[in-house]
Design a protein around this ligand. Structure first.
Ligand code: SAH
Length: 360
């Protein structure tokens, strides 16, 4: 029996009252319910947690992104102040490494104002530990960022935004929903009413995902960059061009888990449709760069030279660890190809580093 004092109990009560929930609502509740949500209740990152991200794999990742910011800031005319923002900063590791690397340009260190968009109180506390010295200001979403030129980073943020899922029936799309089985367990159901949303043509049985929150974010960034100037760097795992497919997945302790099996106790993500994200940003006026494969992006930023410099004063064991970590970030069989970098900029912004090869 699940009482209302668990997320499952809360979801069951909602389903009894409202009928089956969209996958989008399920995902949002599982990740962000203020009391029982996955991110609300824990720091999931690292070897002892559920999953690991690029900044936790190697300090080089955040360092190179810090230099990416400094370089673009200088070529934007060194605006002072500049808003340096991150969406979903996790433990704050990426920005801690970025800010350390950026110290080579003291004028940037003086100009940057740090703003963190984070809903999890647990992770806000972790970020305060890592980044407190840099005087961050926290936000629930993008809308409260102060005006002015912006450099924004989002690493593995968009994959956590909720998706809606649709299944193609004989002659129409139907939304996939989360309902209750007779034994009280969560189960997928299909909304009998056809869906009016614009979905691609695909054969019966196809599954297609859309991510309204990502498109809203892309639109908001496009408008914001158009008004205030600057750039956003979005790195995540996903696909380009758009395609159908069920990419929703749950991970617990570094292992795949049933999507409905442990709401609030497993991470839930879905691959990012970079083409849909880019199109939404472009429609609201942003210039879009990429996506480029993470391996190519990091190589263009000089990951190999940075790894060699770190290794110069390291023990043999440390050198091996640096090599393994960097290979994990750039190897196409690891994170090098599935992960992609996409930049959005003001229309007049110079090409951001790492995207010169895709400059129109
Ligand atoms: N960027 C970090 C953490 C990635 S995990 C890294 O690369 O290590 C996803 C992060 O996004 C967490 O900090 C999580 O709490 C936050 N998050 C997820 N959905 C969010 C939302 N809708 N609004 C704000 N933060 C969110």
């Amino acid at each position: 029996m699940s009482g209302p004092e668990t997320l499952l109990g809360h979801l069951a009560a909602r389903i009894r009252a409202e009928g089956p929930l969209s996958v989008e609502t399920y995902m949002a509740e599982a990740l962000l319910h203020p009391r029982w949500g996955y991110y609300a209740t824990r720091d999931p990152l690292g070897a002892g947690g559920d999953f690991i991200t690029a900044p936790e794999v190697s300090q080089v990742f955040g360092e190179l992104i810090g230099l990416w910011c400094v370089d673009l800031w200088q070529r934007m005319g060194a605006p002072d102040p500049v808003i340096l923002a991150e969406l979903g900063p996790g433990r704050g590791t990426l920005l801690a490494d970025a800010l350390r690397a950026a110290r080579i340009v003291p004028a940037f260190a003086r100009a940057r104002r740090l703003h963190l968009v984070e809903l999890s109180q647990v992770l806000r506390a972790a970020q305060a530990e890592t980044l407190g010295h840099a005087e961050p200001i926290w936000h629930d979403d993008l809308s409260s960022l102060p005006p002015g030129p912006l450099l924004l980073i989002a690493n593995e943020f968009v994959d956590a935004l909720p998706v809606r899922q649709f299944e193609r029936g004989k002659d129409a799309w139907h939304e996939r929903r989360v309902g209750l089985a007779p034994d009280g367990a969560l189960t997928f159901t299909l909304d009998p009413a056809p869906e009016a949303a614009a979905l691609p043509s695909a054969g019966a049985g196809s599954l297609c995902e859309i991510r309204p929150a990502a498109e809203a974010l892309a639109r908001a960034l496009g408008v914001r960059l158009g008004v205030s100037g600057g750039a956003a760097l979005v790195i995540d795992y996903g696909y380009w061009p758009s395609a159908c497919g069920d990419t929703l997945q749950a991970v617990r302790r570094h292992r795949p888990h049933g999507v409905l099996d442990a709401p609030g106790d497993a991470d839930l993500t879905a691959h990012v449709d970079f083409a849909a994200f880019a199109a939404a940003a472009q429609r609201s006026g942003a210039r879009v760069w990429g996506p480029v494969a993470q391996g190519d992006f990091l190589r263009a930023l000089g990951i190999e030279a940075r790894a060699a410099a770190l290794s110069a004063h390291a023990t043999e064991a440390q050198q091996a660890a640096i090599r393994t970590a960097c290979r994990r970030l750039i190897d196409p069989a690891a994170m090098g190809r599935l992960f992609k970098a996409l930049a959005l900029t003001h229309a007049a912004c110079p090409p951001p580093a790492g995207f010169e090869s895709v400059a129109a």
